[in-house]
Write a protein that binds this ligand. Structure first.
Ligand code: SF4
Length: 135
């Protein structure tokens, strides 16, 4: 599933220490990547994520963009910052998105069809009322 985000030259989802978790059940071969263990606040457990460079960029981010584009992990293929923004309640957004990415996603919200926005907000509402986090 490819995304349709109007990224233009934006690479914020590959920067700023943004966690890129791997999902073997979805087809990621962990042994193909440089990884590290990282707590996943959504799953509420430690996950396996791509390593960062010292500046917080993904280890695979180069000057021209992703250096492993053809074999990038499933999350990179399907990620849509607008959807991530909308499908979490406010307090969780800041746990799962760094600030520049949060702001970029917020600016792009209206490029998603209204019906989809409504659906995602309903998911956030469910999360807010405990069902996902058990709060
Ligand atoms: S693997 Fe490529 S697309 Fe995914 S975060 Fe790293 S640089 Fe970005």
């Amino acid at each position: 599933m490819e995304n349709s985000v109007p990224c233009k030259s934006c690479k914020l989802c590959c920067q700023g220490g943004q966690a890129i978790y791997l999902f073997p059940k979805e087809g990621d071969n962990v042994s193909e990547y440089e990884t590290m263990k990282l707590y996943n606040p959504v799953m509420r457990e430690e996950g396996t994520a791509l390593k960062f460079k010292d500046n917080g960029d993904c280890v695979y981010l180069g000057k021209e963009g992703c250096t492993i584009y053809d074999r990038r992990p499933v999350i990179c293929r399907s990620y849509d910052c607008r959807k991530q923004f909308l499908m979490y309640p406010k307090k969780m957004r800041k746990e799962v998105m760094n600030k520049p990415l949060y702001n970029a996603a917020k600016e792009r919200i209206n490029t998603l069809p209204q019906a989809e926005r409504k659906e995602l907000r309903a998911i956030a509402q469910l999360r807010n009322t405990d069902k996902v986090r058990g709060e």
